[in-house]
Design a protein around this ligand. Structure first.
Ligand code: SF4
Length: 374
């Protein structure tokens, strides 16, 4: 990794790289306004991972696109290194564009089929005049391929996308994003289309970039097993219908989930052990599988039509705020310790977590434990 530019001391430290404050994204459609993201507060720090998890349509990708500057939020702010992106000068915006790279879900659509790997990897470098000759460009492209474990680079540089497997294409996508020496990678379901063994291998490569280059990650996934594997030392934020409903250090959220929706997601993870699978299901049975429309959100807690812990008169009256939970101090690199949006759990919060069947079924062991694998 020594041949890759490393960051100067000015990029180290615990200040957030990315800070989302009250982020809102409302889409105007023929069916009315769709509040895809309804006030999200999150932070990502250098070398840390924040996983956004939730079902399709919960607002993960919309949040990620706004964070990457690909869309303009209708409310709230996106700040990079303390600077509001909407108030950046064009030079600052260019630096932000280089520092924050977005890796798409589909490794097939993300690459231009008429360009070789060499051409794809060096287009940005040539545009920004960061290489002076073709020889230097090939050398740089080779370094990038080695970073993502595509070796020897000579075997790939002159290949076209159709000559590569899905996993190799996604590695080329990651290598392309590294060409700009990014500080933050935003990965939108970037491993979901890959076979399981290739997925784990790519997650390990991304983990190497996080640990050795201090790259921060906003990692979007619908798969809690992937989140557990990749963000064990980081944080998970669970989104439901455009809002964060539970957020905290990964071992706590996975090992001792509190929000009924988090429990339902965990219960839905494929579990090879039938006893654990039964316990997970018992702890998370939903009242309904139907996800409400964003154009007609339920009153009070938006999860109440599906929630197994629903209490009439309480849950359907007022929306539960996302508040600090458990009274624990914020973990290093955490945006704000553990947070939860649930009337019932907050009210009952004095009880022992060990009474909770979800906790005893899942435990809080290592991310590579026998129960789950990515
Ligand atoms: Fe379920 Fe009520 Fe909590 Fe909402 S507030 S998650 S409906 S228990």
């Amino acid at each position: 990794m020594s041949d890759v530019p490393t960051r100067g001391p000015e990029t180290a430290g615990s200040e957030p790289l990315l800070k989302l404050s009250g982020l809102e994204q409302v889409f105007d459609t023929g069916k009315g306004e769709v509040p895809a993201v309804g006030g999200v507060d999150l932070e990502v720090r250098p070398g840390k991972v924040l996983c956004l998890v939730g079902e399709s349509g919960c607002g993960k990708t919309t949040t990620a696109r706004a964070a990457a500057g690909l869309t303009k939020p209708t409310g709230g702010t996106v700040a990079f290194r303390g600077k509001d992106v909407s108030r950046m000068s064009s030079a600052e915006r260019l630096a932000y564009r280089r520092a924050v790279q977005f890796i798409h879900q589909d490794p097939y659509a993300a690459l231009n089929p008429t360009r070789t790997v060499f051409s794809t990897l060096t287009a940005g470098l040539r545009r920004h005049k960061q290489v002076r000759s073709k020889a230097e460009a090939r050398e740089k492209a080779g370094e990038l391929l080695r970073l993502v474990d595509l070796t020897p680079p000579e075997s790939y540089l002159d290949s076209y996308p159709h000559q590569l497997s899905g996993g190799q294409r996604q590695r080329v996508n990651v290598a392309r994003s590294l060409a700009m020496n990014p500080e933050l990678l935003i990965c939108d379901e970037s491993t979901s289309m890959l076979d399981v063994s290739i997925r784990v291998s790519l997650l390990n490569t991304l983990g190497k970039l996080r640990d050795e280059l201090d790259v921060g990650f906003l990692f979007i996934t619908h798969d809690l097993a992937v989140a557990k594997y990749f963000a064990w030392d980081g944080e998970i934020a669970v989104m439901y219908l455009g809002k964060v409903v539970e957020h905290g250090p990964t071992p706590e959220v996975i090992g001792n989930p509190q929000h009924p929706y988090t429990k339902a997601l965990i219960g839905a993870v494929c579990e090879p052990d039938p006893d654990l699978a039964r316990a997970n299901r018992a702890a998370s049975e939903l009242r309904s599988a139907d996800i409400p429309s964003l154009t007609a959100l339920p009153s009070g807690c938006a999860f109440h039509p599906r929630c197994p812990a629903y209490e009439p008169g309480l849950c359907d009256d007022a929306e539960p705020p996302l508040i600090r939970f458990g009274g624990r101090p914020a973990a290093p690199g955490a945006a704000g310790g553990r947070r939860l949006a649930c009337h019932v759990v907050s009210r009952d919060h004095g009880r022992s977590p060990s009474d909770d069947p979800a906790e005893s079924a899942l435990g809080s062991g290592s991310p590579r434990g026998a129960a789950w694998s990515a």
